[in-house]
Design a protein around this ligand. Structure first.
Ligand code: PRX
Length: 654
């Protein structure tokens, strides 16, 4: 890699930052060594940061081996996540701001919700849910915009021991129905509409369409938050206004005593095969891990204002907008809008308006804003910022440098945090007061985390190396199962390399032991930091009557990181037209959601296959990248002329 002369390859911890940091380099080295020497003792000590109803006497109880496979942490502890996030802060900091809400439209007033207010709102909804027959262990689907009620809904579920499944507001009715059916939700919480960048999203209408599908028949009740005030169909007695059911409810609500290993939530995520998996996280270990990583990675102080720009529909929103920050008694900002509305200064205007100190966003947003130049950033102060974070995909060094130099004025450490829906919290990351930074590297493992690199045969690679990233031991925030399919959990993550958790990512380790994540090595594509399974997009395409076969691969995209490139074989006699191409893209949008819409769709008279009928995606990727001279070994192709035709069509398309 080449660097411009004035761009250092390593950014040491600024001395002024180190002087005030919660954790210094020496702390990191000492605690990391301790966490590996005695993980049980280390995490039991960390677990005392929560106010357990019954403190655990057990710590780590895990094995990744097939014979005695188990993942349990603090297994005899009892707690309630909403109590950890709310009640325990009331005495000392009840009047402190828990949530800052910044609406999509900057002309609308911001809101500030104190811990006391949030507690009361959660209790009222918890009581209302109980009255509606929602009991401990029941599943509740949440399909809401980024508004305070989304946080209220999650915590109200946690309070009564219901398991929430938040579905991102960008998913289509079909995708909602899949997720409702998989976990058998009894109740859905939605809003009349969402608003993003001035555009309205018909959330209630999407839920209506989802619930018309027969597989969604577990749903008894739909609660509707009045957000924009738009007229919506209310189907009685199923649909109830949120306001009406919480009104008059007591502002105290008995929290369920949950076992540490009781489920807290299910969150669906894409894998390389089949339908999205319901990733299940439990209560005790998850909360210990989310809160501790949040405090350490962001160097959290009492007076910080913390803003993570993710949506609560993703794991980042769960762990680092809701559970981590609130368990820590922090102020967390909930932003309804988008980075470029009404203009490209919006993020930084919000930073100045609320005096945000800790800021966490995705590389795709940084790249999109970088393209607009420095002007929109320089027009704002950003003097409040202390730490900048990124998550979701590899950050290219140019974007890292721009974020550091322009957004942070060269003053704020940038923490590039690597983790996954499955991991519950951050696993590989710098600690801002402890770690020298390298643009593009997630650097070092967090406490207790044991990354390793293996080759395709599972042999450990030592020292400087590149290979598949695995984890050798458990950490408290690890997912516990795939909802309803424990075998799939084991097979997906623990069967490729026996005794290890396989991440699905590739990585390089440099001479200093710093990790550089190179991206997915499976058939998952990371589009703007969102995980899309090629299998899902292919099955959406094939569900169209005119499509015989489809193959989807990723290709490099300037803003999104990766885009989706679809090869489509039509049924015999069907001519490919521009109109049909548009129709197929629309079809995928309505089957899954706009995030899964292919960026390119190429007609393929046939797909390159091996003699045993396996699609050769490696070749399709090279054609998509317009690098036909790098197709590699094509000798196993059943019919090489198929490739020539695709290459020619790709070249003609430019
Ligand atoms: O490929 C890695 C990438 O995002 C994947 C996980 O996606 P998801 O479960 O949706 O969670 C995203 C938010 C935690 C990983 O397998 N990824 C995430 N963070 C990084 C990353 N790749 C490189 N660098 C990161 N910091």
């Amino acid at each position: 890699m080449s660097h411009p002369k004035d761009a250092p390859a390593v950014h040491p911890v600024p001395p002024a930052f180190a002087a005030q940091a919660n954790l210094t380099r020496a702390d990191y080295q000492r605690l990391y060594a301790e966490s590996l020497r005695d993980p049980d003792g280390f995490w039991r000590q960390v677990a005392t940061r929560l106010d357990w109803m019954r403190p655990p006497t057990q710590g780590k109880d895990t094995s990744f081996d097939r014979e005695d496979f188990r993942i349990r942490w603090f297994a005899d502890g009892e707690l309630n996540a909403s109590v950890e996030c709310l009640d325990r802060h009331l005495a000392a900091r009840g009047d402190r701001t828990a949530l800052l809400f910044e609406p999509d439209d900057p002309a609308q007033p911001a809101q500030s919700v104190t811990y006391r207010d949030l507690h009361a709102r959660v209790c009222r909804l918890g009581n209302a849910l109980r009255n509606l027959g929602v009991a401990r262990g029941d599943r509740v689907t949440i399909y809401l915009p980024m508004i305070p009620d989304a946080v209220v809904a999650m915590l109200a579920c946690a309070r009564i021991g219901a398991i929430h499944s938040v579905v991102f507001g960008g998913f289509s009715p079909n995708a909602i129905a899949d997720r409702v059916a998989d976990c058998g939700s009894k109740l859905v919480i939605t809003a009349d509409e969402g608003v993003r960048g001035g555009r309205r999203i018909p959330l209630k209408a999407n839920v209506d369409a989802a619930l018309r599908l027969p597989r969604s028949n577990s749903v008894e009740t739909v609660l509707v938050v009045r957000h924009t005030g738009a007229a919506v169909d209310m189907q009685m007695p199923r649909d109830r206004w949120f306001d009406a059911v919480v009104e008059g409810q007591p502002d105290q609500c008995r929290p369920e005593r949950m076992n540490a290993e009781d489920p807290l939530f299910i969150l669906y995520t894409s894998g390389s095969t089949g339908k999205p998996k319901g990733v299940l996280h439990t209560t005790g270990g998850y909360l210990v891990y989310a809160s501790y990583t949040h405090a350490c990675v962001f160097d959290l102080k009492d007076d910080d204002v913390y803003w993570c720009t993710a949506d609560v529909g993703w794991i980042t929103g769960h762990s680092y907008i809701v559970y981590g920050p609130l368990a820590n008694g922090a102020t967390t900002l909930v932003f309804e809008g988008v980075p470029n509305h009404p203009d490209h200064s919006r993020f930084w205007q919000v930073v100045d308006k609320h005096r945000v100190t800790l800021f966490y966003t995705a590389p795709t947003a940084i790249r999109a804003l970088m393209r607009e130049g420095d002007g929109p950033v320089r027009a704002t102060s950003r003097a409040s910022l202390r730490v900048l974070g990124t998550v979701g995909e590899p950050i290219n060094p140019e974007a890292w440098r721009w974020y550091h130099a322009v957004v942070g004025d060269g003053r704020c450490p940038v923490v590039d945090t690597w983790w996954q829906t499955e991991t519950g919290g951050i696993l590989i990351t710098p600690l801002p007061g402890a770690t020298d930074l390298k643009p593009g590297s997630a650097t070092q493992p967090f406490f207790g985390v044991r990354p390793a690199l293996v080759d395709a045969d599972g042999r450990r690679l030592e020292g400087e190396a590149e290979g598949n990233l695995v984890l050798l031991d458990s950490w408290p925030g690890q997912m516990r199962t795939v909802h309803g399919d424990h075998q799939r959990f084991f097979d997906t993550y623990f069967s490729a390399y026996p005794g290890m958790y396989f991440t699905g990512d590739g990585a390089r380790r440099d001479a200093n032991g710093d990790y550089w994540i190179t991206g997915r090595v499976d058939d998952v594509i990371n589009v703007s930091g969102h995980r899309i399974g090629t299998a899902e997009v292919e099955s959406a395409l094939v569900s169209h009557p005119k499509v015989a076969e489809a193959a989807v691969v990723g290709f490099p995209h300037d803003i999104k990181g990766q885009g989706l490139y679809a090869y489509v074989t039509l049924v015999a006699g069907e001519p490919g037209s521009d109109a049909l191409r548009d129709e197929l893209v629309r079809h995928v949008r309505s089957e899954i959601g706009p995030i899964a819409a292919p960026d390119h769709l190429q007609w393929a008279p046939a797909l390159p296959k091996t003699r045993s009928g396996k699609i050769m995606r490696r070749i399709l990727r090279k054609i998509a990248e317009n690098q036909p001279d790098q197709l590699g070994d094509t000798s196993t192709l059943a019919d090489p002329s198929v490739v020539d035709a695709l290459v020619k069509a790709r070249r003609d398309a430019g």
